[in-house]
Design a protein. Structure first.
Ligand SMILES: [Zn+2]
Ligand SMILES: [Zn+2]
Length: 623
C-alpha cells in the first residue's frame, strides 16, 4: 500500500490475515526452538519436553495473547449459508471404518444440493454406494494403516529403529499411492464403473490424513474444507492427541506448541513424497519444510470439528474459520436383525454393560478377556462383550456374559446401562448419545483425549490406560457406573447430544464457508461461474458466457488463489526463526529413512550435528 492511498477494505483484511499468519508462524518457530526432547511417552504418544528458560519460551505469553486478539478480530462467516450454485464436491477420507462412517451422513446432506462423491478406501465402496452416494477408490489399506499405527504406539511416525527398516518404506509407498489417488478422485470418473459420468471437483471436503487435499485444491483453484473427529488445530486447552504433555504451569503453552511440532514431524516424514506429487502430478512448485508443515494454518482453511460445544467448548485460539458441529450418528439399527440368543440374554435380567475395544489389536487377548470376565463378575454386572479385532473371548463366557461379533452401536447401546470401550471417537459418541455412563480404556492417540473429556464431563470415571488395566481397577470403574451422579450426568448429556443433528450442522458449516460470492455467475447466481470476461469485468457460467459475450476477452475463471504467497520481506524474520531448527530436524529424520540414501556405518559421528538432530535421534532410538 502506498503512502498516498488510504488502505481500503481489502487491504485491511489482507493485512490482518498476514498479521495472523505472522503470529502463528512465530509461535511455531518458538515451539521448535524451545523443544529439548521428544521421546516415546505413555500410551505410545510423543513425550515432548521444553526448555522453559529459553528466550522464545519467555516471549510466548505476549505472542499468544496477540495471536488470540488477532483471532478475535477476524471476520466471521455469514450465519446463514449464502446460496451457492450446485457444485461437484469430492469428500476425501482416509482411515478406518469408524473414521469414514461420520462422513456418510454429512455427504448425504451435501448431496441434497450438490453432486457428491466420497473418495475413500476400496473396501468401503458398498457402504458408500448403499447410502446412495458416488464412490471413488483411494489408495491405501485401512487395516495396514491401523496395524502400523498400533505398532508405532499411535503415532504416524516410527518409534523404534527396526520399524524404520521394516515398515517405513511400505508406509511411505502407501502414502504416495494415497496422494496419487486423491488427484484422480478430483478429476477422473469412477474407474470401476464403465460409462460413469465424468467428474471434476468444484470443492473438496477432507479429513487431515487424506494428505492430498490442499494440494489438489491449489492445483484446481477450488475451496477446501476440513472435517475431523479429533483436535488438529493448536490450542492451549489440550495437547495434540498424539502428544504427551506433563501437567504443570507450562502445560497450556506446551499444549499449544505440540500441534506445530507434530505438523513438522509429519511433514519431515512425508514432505518429499508430497513435493514429488506436487511437481510431477500437479505441476505445482515444491513447498519448503516450514511452509509445508503450516499449510492448513497459513491459509486459514475452514475446519469443522465433529463434537458439540456442550462437551468440549471451542478454545479462544481458534478463529472464526473453525467451527464445532456435533457428533455424527451413522445409523445402522434399522437394518439390523439381532440373533434370538442376544434378545434372550437381554431379556433375562438387568441391562448389561457393553465392553468392546473396536478395531484395536490387543497384545494378550486371553488375559484381557479373563480380566473383563472377572471384573464383570466382581461388580455383579451382566456384560455384552464384543470380540472385535482384539479377538476377545476364546474361552466359554460365564453365564452373566454374552459374546457378540459385529453389532450396530445405535441398536445395542440403548439396551445397555453402561459402556466400556477404547475411546475411539465414534464409539465414545455412540455411548454418550445413548446417555450411558462411560468407562474408557485408551490404547493410543486421541483415545486418551476422549478419556479425559468423558471424565471431565462427569459422564464416567477416570479412564484406565490399557497398561494399567487390571481386575481391581476395572471392577471399581464398573461400580462407578452405578453412581447416581454419573448416571444423571450421562443421561443429561445424552439428551443434549441427541438434540442437534451433527451431519446437518457440518454440512451447513461447509456451505457457510464456501466463497459463494465469487463462485456465482453474474448473470444468474444459480449458475456456477467458470469463465471471466475481461471485456465486461464479470464472472460467468459457460452458457451465459457463450451467448452474450462472444468476441469478448474470456478466460477460465478460478475461485481461490492458493498460490498467493506473502511478500518476501514480511517472512524474512520468520524464515530465520524457523529455518535452522526445522531443517536440522528434517536432516535428523533423513539420516534414518532408507529412501533418503544410506544411513549405515557412520551414524555416531553424524549425531553431533545440531540439537534437534540429536533430539530426534534420541527419540527414534529410545525404545
Ligand atoms: Zn450463468
Ligand atoms: Zn463480456
Amino acid at each position: 500500500m502506498s503512502e498516498h492511498s488510504k488502505p481500503g477494505f481489502v487491504d485491511t483484511v489482507a493485512t490482518a490475515f498476514l498479521r495472523r499468519r505472522l503470529q502463528s508462524r512465530r509461535l511455531r518457530a518458538a515451539a521448535v526452538r524451545g523443544l529439548t526432547g521428544i521421546s516415546a511417552g505413555s500410551g505410545g504418544r510423543l513425550q515432548m519436553d521444553f526448555d522453559h528458560s529459553a528466550t522464545p519460551f519467555a516471549q510466548v505469553s505476549p505472542w499468544l495473547a496477540a495471536h488470540t486478539s488477532e483471532i478475535e478480530a477476524a471476520p466471521a462467516p455469514p450465519a446463514d449459508p449464502l446460496r451457492v450454485p450446485s457444485l461437484s464436491i469430492v469428500v476425501m477420507v482416509v482411515g478406518s471404518r469408524g473414521d469414514v462412517q461420520p462422513f456418510i451422513p454429512i455427504a448425504r446432506r451435501l448431496a441434497e444440493r450438490h453432486r457428491v462423491r466420497v473418495a475413500t478406501h476400496r473396501e468401503f465402496r458398498p457402504m458408500v454406494e448403499q447410502a446412495g452416494l458416488e464412490f471413488y477408490p483411494l489408495g491405501g489399506n485401512p487395516h495396514q494403516l491401523m496395524e502400523y499405527i498400533v505398532k508405532t504406539g499411535g503415532s504416524i511416525l516410527p518409534t523404534r529403529v527396526d520399524q524404520i527398516w521394516e515398515d517405513v518404506p511400505k508406509k511411505r509407498a502407501m502414502i504416495a499411492e494415497i496422494l496419487e489417488s486423491t488427484w484422480r478422485a478430483c478429476t477422473e470418473s469412477d474407474p470401476e464403473r464403465p460409462g460413469a459420468r465424468p467428474f471434476r471437483a468444484d470443492a473438496i471436503v477432507a479429513n487431515p490424513p487424506s494428505y492430498g487435499h490442499i494440494h489438489c485444491a491449489e492445483a484446481l483453484h477450488i475451496p477446501l474444507h476440513m472435517i475431523f473427529t479429533m483436535p488438529w488445530t493448536a490450542t492451549c486447552a489440550f495437547p495434540h492427541p498424539f502428544a504427551n504433555i506433563d501437567p504443570g504451569a507450562h502445560r497450556p503453552v506446551e499444549s499449544f506448541f505440540s500441534y506445530g511440532i507434530v505438523d513438522l514431524l509429519v511433514w519431515a516424514g512425508i514432505g518429499d513424497l508430497v513435493d514429488a506429487f506436487r511437481t510431477k502430478t500437479l505441476g505445482l512448485p515444491a513447498v519448503a519444510l516450514t511452509d509445508g508443515a503450516a499449510l492448513l494454518d497459513d491459509h486459514e482453511v475452514p475446519f469443522t470439528y465433529l463434537w458439540p460445544e456442550s462437551l468440549v467448548p471451542k478454545p479462544p485460539e481458534w478463529g472464526p474459520h473453525i467451527e464445532l458441529a456435533n457428533f455424527v450418528q451413522y445409523a445402522q439399527a434399522q437394518a439390523y436383525e439381532p440373533p434370538p440368543a442376544l434378545l434372550d440374554f437381554l431379556a433375562a435380567g438387568e441391562a448389561p454393560i457393553y465392553v468392546g475395544f473396536g478395531s484395536v489389536v490387543a497384545e494378550d487377548p486371553a488375559a484381557l478377556t479373563r480380566t473383563i470376565f472377572r471384573a464383570l463378575g466382581e461388580a455383579g454386572a451382566r456384560g455384552v462383550v464384543s470380540r472385535g479385532w482384539a479377538h476377545l473371548g476364546g474361552e466359554a463366557p460365564p453365564p452373566n456374559v454374552y459374546l457378540i461379533d459385529d453389532c450396530p452401536h445405535d441398536w445395542l447401546f440403548p439396551r445397555c446401562r453402561a459402556v466400556c470401550h477404547h475411546g475411539g471417537a465414534g464409539t465414545t459418541a455412540a455411548g454418550l448419545r445413548a446417555g450411558l455412563p462411560t468407562v474408557i480404556v485408551p490404547f493410543f492417540g486421541d483415545q486418551f483425549f476422549w478419556g479425559r473429556i468423558v471424565a471431565d464431563a462427569g459422564a464416567g470415571p477416570e479412564s484406565i490406560p490399557i497398561r494399567r488395566l487390571d481386575i481391581e481397577h476395572l471392577t471399581a470403574a464398573f461400580d462407578a457406573c452405578r453412581r447416581p451422579k454419573i448416571r444423571e450426568r450421562a443421561t443429561e448429556l445424552g439428551a443434549l447430544l441427541r438434540a442437534s443433528d451433527g451431519a446437518e450442522l457440518a454440512a451447513r458449516s461447509v456451505e457457510r464457508h464456501l466463497p459463494a460470492l465469487v463462485m456465482c455467475c453474474s448473470a444468474d447466481p444459480r449458475h456456477l461461474a467458470v469463465v471471466y470476461c475481461d471485456t465486461c469485468d464479470v464472472r460467468l457460467c459457460e452458457a451465459c458466457g457463450r451467448e452474450a459475450h462472444s468476441g469478448h476477452l474470456v478466460h477460465p475463471y478460478r475461485y481461490v488463489d492458493w498460490g498467493g504467497r506473502a511478500p518476501r520481506g514480511l517472512f524474512a524474520e520468520l524464515g530465520e526463526l524457523m529455518g535452522d531448527a526445522a531443517l536440522a530436524l528434517q536432516a535428523g529424520l533423513a539420516e534414518f529413512l532408507p529412501s533418503h540414501g544410506s544411513a549405515s556405518g557412520d551414524e555416531p559421528s553424524r549425531a553431533d550435528r545440531g540439537g534437534p538432530v540429536r533430539k530426534l535421534r534420541r527419540w527414534l532410538t529410545s525404545r
